[in-house]
Design a protein around this ligand. Structure first.
Ligand code: ADP
Length: 294
């Protein structure tokens, strides 16, 4: 995966509606974050090999983040260490409903330049997943990956989606799968999947929170899967867990119907736990699916 590696600092607000956010009461936690890194961890938990392309500062946060990824079994040999810039940080306010407000400080995490990436970075892998990063590097990585026969997915996230289709055109022209949540779908494609197919994308997947997800195929086929009912406490990283599970299932040759169900289960399970990296193992997803036969 290519994208951010950030230190997440989360404040879980206590359930006191009449006191309000200003009181900032609750639980404070920190841990690894950044969409692409969450994705790489989620893929590992599902039993796949994964690597991260990103950068961190030469500092304490950077070291903790790399140690965490190593413990998860994510290949960190492509991570660039930047001297003189601080590791990126994300501040997250988590509401009792599980909804999250994010304030991101990118810091050292966008230091990978196109010249840092050659064919060697992609050898041995079948797929490249890209989340918001500096665009020149993202386009270069996507082109190299395609040339080497990898499939490519893009989850642009809120900020990239807000910039609009023209900004991302070059990148999306290299992508096979485009993954968005509902507001990103409106912001980037104005709700029109045809725009994406026009750029050569094969499948657009729209994540709809508790309502599950929809996959629109270039062929005109549409697959829909309802979400699972769970007690959500923290939706941070649910989209990343969903993406990893969806693509893992497809890469293993499963049908789109199954991939959506598998991904909804992974996303739903993630929301029941705190932190961006609390995505489930394959065993947990399969056990969950066996008990929810819808
Ligand atoms: P993102 O996290 O990218 O904004 P969503 O909020 O749509 O995207 O969440 C991604 C996926 O996680 C959803 O498609 C769904 O499968 C699962 N999910 C998220 N929130 C919930 C929830 N409250 N209950 C059940 N599943 C959820």
């Amino acid at each position: 995966a290519l994208g951010h590696l950030l230190m997440d600092i989360q404040l879980y607000l206590a359930d006191k509606p009449d006191v309000g956010e200003a009181a900032l009461v609750g639980e404070l936690r920190y841990g690894g974050g950044g969409s692409a890194s969450n994705f790489a961890v989620a893929a590992r938990r599902l039993g796949l090999a994964s690597a991260i392309i990103t950068s961190v500062g030469f500092d304490g946060f950077g070291r903790v983040l790399l140690e965490e990824l190593m413990r998860e079994g994510v290949d960190i040999s492509r991570v660039k260490i930047v001297i003189g810039q601080q590791t990126g940080t994300s501040f997250l306010l988590v509401y009792p409903s599980g909804d999250v407000k994010v304030f991101e400080y990118v810091g050292a995490s966008e230091a990978v330049e196109p010249k840092d990436l050659s064919d060697a970075a992609f050898k041995g892998f079948d797929h490249l997943h890209i989340t918001m990063y500096r665009l020149d590097t993202a386009v270069h990585a996507a082109r190299l990956a395609k040339k080497l026969g990898l499939s490519v997915s893009v989850d642009p996230g809120r900020i990239w989606s807000a910039r609009g289709l023209d900004y991302l055109r070059e990148l999306l022209a290299e992508a096979d799968y485009l993954l968005l949540n509902e507001s990103e779908f409106r912001a980037l494609l104005r709700g029109d999947v045809g725009e994406a197919f026009g750029l050569g994308i094969d499948m657009v997947i729209v994540k709809r929170g508790p309502q599950g997800a929809t996959a629109y195929l270039r062929s005109g086929e549409i697959f829909e899967a309802w979400g699972f009912k769970v007690e959500a406490v923290d939706t941070t990283g649910a989209g990343d867990a969903f993406d990893a599970a969806f693509l893992a299932a497809l890469l293993e040759g499963r049908g789109v119907d199954y991939a959506l169900r598998f991904a909804n289960a992974a996303g739903a399970l993630k929301t029941t736990r705190k932190g961006a990296r609390s995505s489930p193992t394959r065993e947990e997803v399969e056990k969950f699916l066996a008990t929810r036969n819808i």
